[in-house]
Write a protein that binds this ligand. Structure first.
Ligand SMILES: Nc1ncnc2c1ncn2[C@@H]1O[C@H](COP(=O)(O)OP(=O)(O)OP(=O)(O)O)[C@@H](O)[C@H]1O
Ligand SMILES: [Mg+2]
Length: 620
């Protein structure tokens, strides 16, 4: 394994790691999650503590029994041996049944509460601004939703009930020891203090170690994912060696963290074990003197001794669970952080979101109304772009600098410009995928409503009026049918007829499974041209008044290009079209051409004027 130093930025998952305490908001979040089950949870807890109490109180009954045998009067002195045995049996069985009921019901409710938390995090994360996804490596997001969430669910969905049982046990032990003889309260306080001290000494170290551990996992996962995705590039550049070395370094960092965490845990456990042994010795010796002096009965000493012996084990279990609990809480904290980020401007959460995180949310009636609405019932729409200044982040240079133009309803506008001139960025701006710093864009003069204070139409409704084929054709893992018709509302005939229009019908029918053929992740089992044609088909099916194509035909052969151009002519003939293309032949039939240069409009006019000028200037 290589031991070269690694740059810090690869090691952390980019979070600012806090030392010590949690964010206060996570308690609020847990309250949101559990509040729908509040009464049932309280009922469960009452059952649970009663159950544990009944089971442990057997020790006290036996203590009284012993005292009766040695001639000391007490509340149970009147009972016969048979009655006592029956009492013990009834307490044990009832205690067991109540404990089991508590565990099963509590775990069920808790699992529901935590999965509602997960849903709420997903609802918000999917609406975070594009800049979040630009700046956050996918591996980091995946870690939150897999390993961090796993830690949370694993504990809350089951062992949390066990953890609470242990707390019940400790509480009941204190109560029952006091009932047996209040003098032992001094012991209890002393034992509690000693345990707490040892825990405090270790807590900081354990918590930090666990945080480091969970943060050191995602860089190696991210690197691994990147490597598998870029496998062919890495091989062709023969860089396997350096990639695997970097993975080894990241992974060995993770393993070192893991070993450190285990070491801290082991040392903690050893300290606790030694403490229990010591306490038992002290209790044993002092009990002897207490009986001798007549301060305690034999029965009560028995009770105290039993509980103190038991408590050593229980306290240790408590702290073991506590560290697991803390790990789960770190998971909650990490997901909570995503849940509380600002979502994209203009986006609203669906009405099913219930956690009060201050994000704007649709009311059910508005949501229902919008689901059936379109921005326009016409077959096309106009676009107004007014003095738009656009950049991807505040610290990056302007990509569009005061762009100003209109597209008339039903017009076909071609966009040309050198690589990097801002063509695709203009489309990002049209969709309001990034905040527009200055200027505005409207469809049929409707701007999207971006803040509570401004007027405008719903952002989703606004976006729905544009169908888009991106420069990188995106397909999803699943069937071909799913990729064409994500909502699953269209008939087989409709799908096949559209496939025929892009010239893929015969090809699809020849595939195993036909329309149900499998598409792999990002469509990697298809050629780039095939992917473009399928995206075109998907776009044809959307029936939006504005159709935007960014290099939609760049990777298909001339015949396919002709089919696509003809299909767009036929199908989108009365729609508004915005077409970006490097191959100028594709743009021949446009009404007007917009020429972008360094984020500014160099020319805008009839195709017959602008296209030759562009050809003569830029392509010489
Ligand atoms: N997500 C992004 N974050 C930051 N900068 C970006 C991002 N996408 C593009 N850019 C920058 O914006 C500028 C314009 O890029 P854009 O993709 O709009 O060019 P383009 O005209 O579509 O080029 P091409 O013809 O190669 O597709 C480039 O300088 C690019 O580096
Ligand atoms: Mg582009």
């Amino acid at each position: 394994m290589s031991s070269a130093p690694i740059k810090a930025k690869y090691l952390s998952d980019g979070d600012t790691k806090k030392d010590g305490g949690y964010n206060k908001t996570i308690f609020e979040t847990l309250k949101f999650a559990y509040s729908p089950f509040f009464t049932r949870i309280i009922l469960c807890l009452i059952l649970g503590i009663t159950g544990r109490g009944l089971l442990l109180a057997n020790t006290n009954v036996i203590g009284y029994w012993v005292d009766t045998i040695v001639g000391k009067e007490n509340i149970l002195s009147g009972l016969s041996s048979a009655q006592l045995i029956t009492l013990l049996a009834v307490m044990a069985v009832t205690g067991f049944v109540l404990t089991m009921t508590f565990r099963v019901s509590f775990s069920r409710l808790s699992a529901q509460a935590i999965s509602s938390f997960y849903d709420e995090v997903t609802l918000r994360t999917s609406r975070l601004p594009m800049s979040f996804f630009d700046n956050t490596p996918a591996g980091r997001i995946i870690t939150r939703f897999s390993s961090d969430y796993g830690n949370v669910f694993r504990l809350f969905g089951g062992p949390l009930a066990e953890f609470i049982s242990i707390i019940f046990d400790l509480t009941m032990m204190i109560i029952l020891i006091t009932v047996a003889n209040p003098v032992y309260l001094i012991f209890v306080v002393f034992i509690a203090l000693m345990n707490y001290l040892i825990y405090k000494l270790n807590q900081e170290k354990l918590r930090t170690a666990r945080r480091e551990l969970s943060a050191s996992r995602s860089p190696s996962i991210a690197h691994f994912a990147e490597t598998t995705q870029g496998a062919s590039t890495i091989r062709s550049f023969r860089r396997q060696q350096s990639f695997s070395e970097r993975f080894e370094r990241l992974d060995s960092h993770f393993l070192t963290q893991k070993m450190d965490t285990t070491k801290s845990l082991l040392s903690f456990s050893l300290q606790m074990n030694s403490l229990t042994a010591l306490l038992l010795l002290v209790t044993g010796v002092s009990a002897y003197f207490m009986v001798e002096k007549g301060w305690a009965t034999v029965g009560s000493v028995g009770v105290a001794f039993a509980f103190i012996a038991l408590s050593g084990n229980t306290v240790q279990m408590f702290f073991e669970w506590l560290t697991q609990f803390e790990e789960a809480m770190i998971g909650v904290e990490r997901l909570d952080q995503y849940m509380r980020m600002n979502i994209e401007q203009g986006s609203l959460l669906p009405s099913t979101a219930t956690f009060a995180t201050g994000h704007p949310t649709y009311s059910p009636s508005v949501e229902k109304y919008l689901s059936t609405r379109r921005l326009t019932e016409e077959r096309n729409a106009s676009v107004q772009v007014q003095d738009v200044w656009f950049r991807y982040r505040e610290d990056l240079p302007w990509v569009l600098k005061g762009v100003n133009f209109d597209v008339k309803a039903g017009e076909r506008l071609g966009i040309v410009g050198r690589t990097g001139s801002g063509k695709s960025s203009l489309i990002q701006a049209l969709f309001y995928l990034y905040p527009i710093d200055k200027g505005q864009i409207a469809i049929n003069t409707h701007q999207p409503k971006l803040t509570a204070a401004t007027n405008g139409v719903d952002l989703n409704l606004y976006r729905k009026s544009m169908a888009f084929i991106s420069q990188e054709p995106i397909l999803f893992q699943g069937t071909l049918r799913f990729n064409l018709d994500i909502e699953g509302t269209l008939t087989e005939e409709k799908l096949l007829s559209v496939l025929a229009q892009v010239g893929l019908r015969e090809w699809v029918l020849a595939q195993p499974g036909g329309l149900d053929m499998r598409i792999e992740e990002r469509g990697k089992n298809l050629s780039l041209g095939e992917r473009q044609l399928l995206c075109m088909a998907r776009c044809l099916l959307q029936q939006a008044p504005i159709v935007i194509m960014d290099e939609a035909t760049s990777s298909v052969d001339p015949q396919s290009e002709e089919i696509m151009v003809r299909a767009t002519e036929e199908f989108f003939s009365d729609r508004t079209q915005i077409i970006i293309a490097h191959r100028l032949s594709t743009l021949a039939k446009c009404d007007r051409i917009l020429w972008l240069q360094n984020g500014e409009i160099k020319a805008l006019g009839p195709t017959s004027e602008v296209l030759p000028r562009f050809k003569n200037t830029e392509l010489v």
